[in-house]
Design a protein around this ligand. Sequence first.
Ligand code: FMN
Length: 317
Amino acid sequence: MTVPFGAIPLKTPFILAPMAGCTDLPFRLLCREHGAGLCYSEMIDCHGLVAQEHECLELLRTNSAEHPVAMQLYGSDPSVMGEAAAILSEHSIACIDINLGCPMEKVVQKGAGAALMKNPRLAEKIITSVCKNSTKPVTVKIRSGWNQHTITAPEIAKIAEGAGAQAIAIHARTWSDGFTGPIDHGVILQVMKNVAIPIFANGDITSHEQGQALLKKIGCAGVMIGRAALGAPWIFSGAVNQHPSMAYRLKALLRHLELAEIHLAPEPSLSKIRNHAWKYFRGTATGPAIRKQIDATTTYPELRTFIHSLAEQVSRR
Ligand SMILES: Cc1cc2nc3c(=O)[nH]c(=O)nc-3n(C[C@H](O)[C@H](O)[C@H](O)COP(=O)(O)O)c2cc1C
């Protein structure tokens, strides 16, 4: 099955959501290996990118094996967002995404992220500038609105389409909902009615089956998965159920470590890798004890040795 989306046919409609601190190159590669049709990077500050800050340049790391990959920009200055889009266009990526959903105080305070859901005029300027300056297709990731009294997703989606965006991902919650509370599929349907471009539904999809059911129920072009993919990249393939064996979990984690060793400096990234490792034991009986031992590791080689010895123990059983 391919999903028509601009010039990029996606092999599957299952998409990895952008997650700051999580969707780095190793994790994206892993999700790709498990069948994700498109993976989104962590959000990148347009000012930092234009100023060539080391931290931002690090986020641009990609690799032909992970294609197609989308890189996400955030900011509230249309001209700087345009400059950043021109820089991103030079990179080997499939598309550029614009963040209209981040609820973090430091982002919203500057008028970026979810704050743009209550400022359609500025959102239009930003999307227009990014589309004008990009040689890649542009996608936009939105929320339902600012709060329950300001549901602007259908309006912003229309604006985004008019400004040249080629797909829209919608996290069907408002800024004031944060990351909890029910997902409003009705808003996703309204957005789908309002525009002709592909819509990716996002929010609380916790299994492959649930993703399939949502695709069927509302007929969106794709489903975007965030938190449920952490420590469970197999969610994209549907090849295993939600509760795979310990051996299967460890195999995936070992591959994750291998990719981190190839593509990251594992020692400085220890706390991030430990965070990922923790999540592989969600819902398992031995998870709490394993997590304690993960927390007790103080170097990357210690963590690696612990996970390898765990895998050996499990394979001997
Ligand atoms: C740790 C974390 C980091 C996130 N970072 C980003 C980000 O950089 N850009 C963005 O658009 N959304 C970000 N999000 C939101 C997710 O992309 C997604 O919209 C949200 O988690 C809802 O989907 P889910 O229920 O599948 O997790 C982040 C979410 C989490 C939990």
